[in-house]
Design a protein around this ligand. Structure first.
Ligand code: 5RP
Length: 230
């Protein structure tokens, strides 16, 4: 699986040109991309990058990849990031690694987003992977009730739980927020659910990435498949 992730990352790297401003994703697949980009930089490629998490920032720094922020540049040419699920419209579930907020800010500031993944992430309908919803701890129960109502309005239901870190404590995002993971099974109308979740005051961001990815690079046992959004 890790070899497939690296293959997808390597194919996405072919889209990187000298002088580009890049968004760097988070997770085990994006980690390969940063690694390979570091090798290019060491050979003289000039890029400037915005990381989507503190973990990616640390890795990029260790690889010698030059970093900046969205306060210093006005847009990015390309973001390359992983995903937890990707459907045929290239709508995504992201946030399994907890970086969905920065990932969405960076993707939205990019002219183009390429998703890299092994082909197990390709699904007919989003929702098998628990949907991460980043929330403010204040008023959590009220926010969860509003989230439940959004689920009902969009025809889905399921259990929610506050994400825990490996040490058993509540997982805290880079932004200082919490994440609620919702086990929905299937999300037949992801754009509608995304819209409903976005207007809940205690929701900082959710893991539905609608209309952001333009290209998916999926690596499988049969080779690499590149899907463009229609
Ligand atoms: C992190 C993410 C990741 O891109 C997603 O979880 C996929 O990770 P991996 O490449 O390790 O499977 O959204 O917040």
């Amino acid at each position: 699986m890790d070899a497939l992730k690296r293959q997808a990352a390597a194919r996405a790297l072919e889209h990187v040109q000298d002088g580009m401003k890049l968004g760097l994703g988070t997770g085990s697949t994006a980690k390969h991309f940063v690694d390979l980009l570091g090798e290019k930089v060491a050979k003289g490629m000039r890029v400037i990058c915005v990381p989507t998490s503190e973990a990616t920032r640390a890795q990029a720094q260790a690889c010698g990849v030059p970093l900046t922020t969205l306060d210093e540049i006005d847009h990015l040419d390309l973001t390359v990031d992983g995903a937890d699920e990707c459907d045929g419209a290239l709508n995504l579930i992201k946030g399994g690694g907890g970086a969905l907020l920065r990932e969405k800010i960076v993707a939205a500031a990019s002219d183009r987003m390429i998703v890299i993944a092994d082909d197990s992430k390709w699904v007919d309908v989003l929702g098998r992977f628990p949907l991460p919803v980043e929330v403010i701890p204040f008023g959590l129960a009220a926010t969860q009730r509003a989230i439940m109502s959004a689920f009902a309005q969009s025809g889905v239901s399921g259990q929610m739980e506050v994400r825990k870190a490996k040490d058993g404590h509540v997982f805290v995002t880079d932004g200082g927020h919490w994440i609620v993971d919702a086990h929905l099974g299937k999300i037949p109308d992801a754009p509608r659910l995304a819209g409903l979740l976005s207007v809940i005051p205690g929701v900082v961001e959710h893991g539905l990435f609608i209309g952001l990815a333009r290209t998916a690079v999926l690596a499988g046992a049969q080779g690499i498949r590149v899907v463009e959004r229609r």
